[in-house]
Design a protein around this ligand. Structure first.
Ligand code: SF4
Length: 365
């Protein structure tokens, strides 16, 4: 089997190791680029949301590299995400690609669904004990580390004395963690990466602006798709706190939600005065996290949404009232295939300037 999957944050890291352990050839497509987008746009309906097009383009790139199996997620839902995989399958078959699709149905929920999904990939003979051990290694040993590392990178960026130093470590981290196949190797690699980050000289006087980075899940966690917004904010001296991480989602929906406890409940409660029901996607999270961030003293919010995203359009229309009630500046960035980076950086600079002035005015009382 030669399996591919579209990029989604750091998910490729545990998947690469897992596939190698079971003798599956892992075909990792390139990170989303102009070519990825143009392939996706060419074979997608014009009106469909932007992540659909990026994912389709990335799958095509994986198939072009020789994959015969596509790993994807799907399941029922209120917005278009629920039928991404079915539409991708039909579009790709009509283009003449010959492959199998292995689907992780998130709606089945829980660790058992995750186990069943991996069983589909590795076949009926592997013992459950081994599969569960490998899920634990991939999720808690590799993915959790990568995402905690990303949080650390966001913290270091606005404080480092040599711009780009932390990016060099971050860019090499995925391959190094994916290459660690045992607990011992992983422990050593993680420690080495942390030592390298801790050795980066920081400005002791830096007082970065603090921004909540939220919005549609895929666009928020995938820097190649959001034009590297977090990195650009870091360069402007802004410390980014992103709400969406794959492990937050996995811990919430696979482990905590079945037990009736998750951060999502706190977020929904905060959002309730503005949005009483789930309109799918991440609208409730966008509103709820904004209110929670304001209470924690954040300087502003950067809200990212793909063009034609129904849930985020709902949130965007509520934001003016919420920003007024809670006195927090919110910048919504809508991204599609026409988006250019230069204009975006100008908007980020203006927003950082506005937050700095508000902070200075507050300090003057
Ligand atoms: S959340 Fe928005 S962008 Fe994502 S699938 Fe739903 S409508 Fe599309």
């Amino acid at each position: 089997m030669k399996a591919t999957f579209p990029h989604c944050g750091s998910a490729w890291v545990p998947l690469k190791t897992l596939f190698a352990k079971y003798g599956i050839e892992c075909i990792i497509p390139p990170r989303a680029s102009k070519r990825t987008i143009s392939l996706g746009v060419k074979h997608s309906p014009e009106w469909i949301c932007f992540p659909y097009k990026i994912l389709l383009g990335n799958i095509i790139e994986g198939l072009e590299m020789g994959a015969d199996t596509v790993v994807s997620i799907g399941g029922p839902g209120l917005c278009r995400l629920g039928y991404y995989s079915k539409l991708h399958l039909e579009a790709l078959k009509s283009l003449g690609y010959n492959f199998d699709m292995v689907l992780f149905d998130w709606q089945e929920g829980g660790i058992v669904a995750m186990g069943r999904f991996i069983r589909k990939l590795v076949g009926p003979k592997e013992p459950w004990g081994r599969i569960i051990g490998d899920i634990k290694f991939g999720l808690f040993g590799q993915l959790l580390f990568m995402e905690n590392l990303e949080r650390k990178v966001h913290w270091v960026r606005p404080r480092e004395l040599e711009q780009g130093a932390v990016n060099r470590v971050w860019r090499s981290a995925g391959d190094r963690i994916a290459a660690a196949a045992t607990e011992e190797e992983l422990k050593e690699t993680r420690a080495q990466i942390l030592r390298e980050i801790d050795a980066i000289p920081l400005d002791p006087k830096a007082k970065p602006l603090k921004v909540g980075f939220l919005g549609e899940f895929f666009m928020a966690i995938d820097p190649a798709s959001n034009l590297g917004l977090e990195e650009e904010l870091g360069k402007l001296g802004v410390e980014v706190h992103r709400a969406a991480y794959l492990m937050n989602w996995a811990q919430s929906w696979l482990f905590l939600a079945p037990l009736g406890i998750s951060h999502h409940q706190k977020v929904s409660q905060a959002a309730r005065p503005y949005l009483k029901r789930d309109v799918s996607g991440d609208a409730v999270q966008s509103l709820g996290e904004t209110i929670l961030h304001q209470k924690e003293g954040y300087d502003g919010i950067v809200h990212i949404m793909p063009f034609t995203c129904m849930p985020e359009i709902t949130a965007q229309n509520i934001f003016p009232r919420l920003a007024k009630d809670h006195q927090i500046p919110i910048l919504t960035v809508t991204i599609d295939e026409q988006m250019g980076k230069a204009g975006l950086i100008t908007r980020l600079e203006a927003f950082a300037d506005l937050m700095a002035r508000r902070r200075a005015a507050a300090a003057r009382g």
